[in-house]
Design a protein around this ligand. Sequence first.
Ligand SMILES: C[S@@+](CC[C@H](N)C(=O)[O-])C[C@H]1O[C@@H](n2cnc3c(N)ncnc32)[C@H](O)[C@@H]1O
Length: 274
Amino acid sequence: MHTSVLLQQAVDALDVRLGRKYIDSTYGEGGHSEEILKRGGQVLAFDWDEKNVTEKNLLLKKSSIQLIMANYADIEKKAHEYNFYPVDGILFDLGLSMNQIAMSGRGFSYERPDEPLDMRINSELNSTAADIINSYTEESLYETFSKNAEEVGSRTIAHAIVSARRLKKILTVSDLLKVIEHVSKNKQTRARIFQALRIEVNHEFENIKRAIEGSKNILANDGKIVTISFHQSEDRLIKQIARKLNLHILKPVKAKHGKKFERSATLRVFRKNI
Ligand SMILES: C[S@@+](CC[C@H](N)C(=O)[O-])C[C@H]1O[C@@H](n2cnc3c(N)ncnc32)[C@H](O)[C@@H]1O
């Protein structure tokens, strides 16, 4: 069971009112949607992972929620298709749920050495993490690791990957771990390389950019966009996009006392400048 991060704070920030419209862009196991429903909101929810949309969920028996399989990058198009706009609040709880990381079998976690290096959130994506690791040039691998996760050892690791794959393709989590550990014993490095790869496979930064742009276009004048992000590069990107779109940025909330995985979560709230 996934523990929703910053659950009350995020839903408080959405300022849910009876009968108003809210989009939960990252349904996961429905923790945030459930709280919005409890407070009387109407919910349109998305998840890009087929498994999260097809699995039975009691919450979906309610008439005030619709869950669809969609990439949040298409938020504007979907809101029009479902006639769900202007919308009073939009939530992005970014990243993956704990169940996806632990049980998907898709190599999201460096703690699952036997899994294949897939990392696709949605199976229609063209390239897996293994495709990227075995086909990108050394320079492209370096850019992927440094741009997506600000890993200082990006160049050395990119070089080590290109040397290792000449001898044998890198296909599993354990294959990649061996290459990384040969260069660095730092746990954070491991985590950052896996994070950078996941971002690349799923085009996460492009999706976030399109999602925030689309959100502004469907947001009611007094509506709010709430984001929960888990690493600095993601949080910085969100702020940059919001500034470019002239959104009003409220003070962030950081998860300080939460469980281990909550420690680095940052919640931000954006409003239209009108
Ligand atoms: C951290 S979990 C959300 C947990 C959820 N708030 C809860 O309370 O259970 C993030 C979810 O976003 C989904 N996701 C990731 N990228 C997405 C995208 N581009 N479009 C829609 N959903 C996406 C993941 O499949 C995952 O289920």
